[in-house]
Design a protein. Structure first.
Length: 215
């Protein structure tokens, strides 16, 4: 066995120990109580992240005031507080026509490769009062930020868009979503701000649930 192989295996072992130590620390930080600060999703749902990753899905609605207030803390958690093996996935809620329209806003941004517009969408709806609830309003928003009218219209009415919205609807049904924001950890556990006991406690619960899923 050459030196490079030995070093590589040592690094892998070290990272594995560090990950397990972090998981143990996270589980010790909060007392998980099924039916109190989280509930088990029955049946468990498949995830869409790489092997070894723990999926953390935030189900949100752009016009939800609670989602808007949580957004900065969620972003901070994703940058600095997220366990190394956790992966944040955003999923728009879809239980009525307005929410489906806002899902299209989110997926338009995603398909156009414009993630930098996400904070602006939150502010447009929640601060400026532009509900972005009709195609012409959504088009005006995107074109005012450098997206061509042709690119917007092609994306907004595309097969890829329809597929993403349909998948979101299916996941909303599978997750049994009735309110936002809701967090689903690894397709198995569901929690929210109310169950966790507050916004800050929510991330403690999420981290502990990620630790519970860490192998």
């Amino acid at each position: 066995m050459n030196t490079r192989t030995v070093v590589s295996r040592f690094r892998q072992a070290f990272l594995g120990c560090a990950l397990l130590a972090a998981a143990a620390s996270a589980m010790g930080a909060v007392q998980l109580q099924q039916g109190v600060n989280f509930k088990v999703l029955q049946p468990a749902q498949p995830t869409n992240v790489a092997p070894g990753k723990v999926e953390v899905v935030e189900v949100f609605w752009y016009a939800c005031g609670h989602c808007y207030l949580l957004e900065p803390k969620l972003e901070a958690w994703n940058r600095n507080g997220r366990p190394a093996n956790a992966e944040l996935v955003r999923l728009p809620a879809t239980w009525n026509s307005v929410l489906k329209t806002h899902a299209r806003v989110f997926y338009t941004m995603e398909l156009l490769g414009k993630p930098n517009l996400n904070p602006e969408i939150w502010r447009e709806i929640n601060v400026k009062g532009n509900r972005l609830d009709a195609p012409e309003k959504i088009e005006a928003f995107f074109t005012s930020r450098g997206v061509s009218k042709a690119d917007f219209q092609k994306t907004f009415a595309s097969f890829a868009m329809d597929s993403k919205v349909a998948k979101a609807e299916d996941l909303n049904r599978r997750y049994k979503i009735t309110g936002t924001p809701t967090i689903v950890v690894n397709g198995k556990y569901v929690t929210d701000v109310s169950m966790a006991g507050g916004e800050d406690k929510l991330f403690e619960v999420v981290n502990a649930l990620v630790a519970k899923e860490t192998r």
